[in-house]
Design a protein around this ligand. Sequence first.
Ligand code: BGC
Ligand code: BGC
Length: 446
Amino acid sequence: MPNRLDLPAGFRWGAATAAHQIEGAVEEDGRGPSVWDVFAARPGAVRDGHTGAVACDHYHRYAEDIELMRGLGLDGYRFSIAWPRVMPTGAGAVNPAGLAFYDRLIDALVAAGITPLPTLFHWDLPQALEDEGGWLNRDTAYRFAEYAAVVADRLGDRVPTWITLNEPFVHTVFGYALGTHAPGRTLMFEALPAAHHQLLGHGLAASLLHERGLEVMLSNNLTPVRPASPSSEDAAAAEAYDTLHNRLFTDPVLLGRYPDLSALGVPDDIYGAVRDGDLDLIHTPRLDGLGLNYYNPTRVAAPTGPGLPFDLVDIPEAPHTAFGWPVVPDGLRQLLASLRKSYGEALPPITITENGCSVDESTTPDQPRIDFLAGHLDALAQAITEGADVRGYYTWSLLDNFEWAEGYHQRFGVVHVDFETQKRTPRASYAWYRDLIATHRALHSD
Ligand code: BGC
Ligand code: BGC
């Protein structure tokens, strides 16, 4: 069996974060409010009333954080740019002080020999755009493209590859369908225009980035879906869930069409959101790479009551993370195989842009995180020998951070953060990852 040390020469090692989860400094240097500032202020929205107001104070401590990355020996660092720092009201006036922060960050990364891999939208929409309907409003897609062009014009000389969106599935479902994330809407399937508008924004931005000679990726949270039993009811439920979670976000981009949404009871034009020509706008700027965020597979059964056309069930035989997510490293290999089967030649090279787990420190040391990373990297090596084209791996996350609705409770970092003192302490998984990167590099250099 191939293992992680068999990952190919030139394989790129990285770590990932996102602006609102680490930066803090939400009122500094002209940043405008985002949907997450407003949502987190609602009583009960975030566990224990936590907010991203300070987070890891990375806005002021980025130099120290880059030292931690350098210590790991990273090739690349994935982070996100906060739209409300760059354009405080989401449109029109650009805030020079906001752009200047990313300018400094990128200069410091380049000086450390680390390639910056920015994501343009990781869920922190300017609140002013939410007041106009957020991603339910088609205009937001156009505003996003304008913002992308502003940022690329300033930073594109040092940043070869850009990720447009992070996980439009999670943002649509948690933010607009279920309301557990900002902006806290509970529209169920009527949330799906927000998905279409994000994909449209991706396509419009991707064209502008390509015009500037830049490469474009899109990071999706994909999951291998398995029916709970061989029954035809469970199989149909699994297919409906696969359509919603995976194909709705991948088919338009790679194939230029939406999957059949009838099993979800959603009209073909997604409640009038899809206009003539939109799919070309989404599909024509060919992706240079697909970003894959993988956490767990999903087991699906037929619904037991009215409402959704599926039930999500646990995978009790697997170990679980502190978050309660099943740990199934081979799911990553299965997912990569099914992507090749579904998309064939249309599938671009893949980069794992997130993978990691939260560990409960009160009861366990950091070994579960090491086991998680080792298992998934071994599965990745196996997938590559089977033919998958995967170019790099960015672990989620460099630092413990503001884990959205969970506040500071789920700790995903290879570096521990004390949120009282902001002291960073590398965990055992940090040393393990550093040693793996160094050993892999030494084995494959000639
Ligand atoms: C899912 C994960 C997903 C996460 C997003 C969980 O409920 O099981 O696959 O990554 O939500 O935060
Ligand atoms: C998101 C991250 C999040 C991680 C763990 C992904 O869904 O992109 O922002 O922290 O999962 O929940």
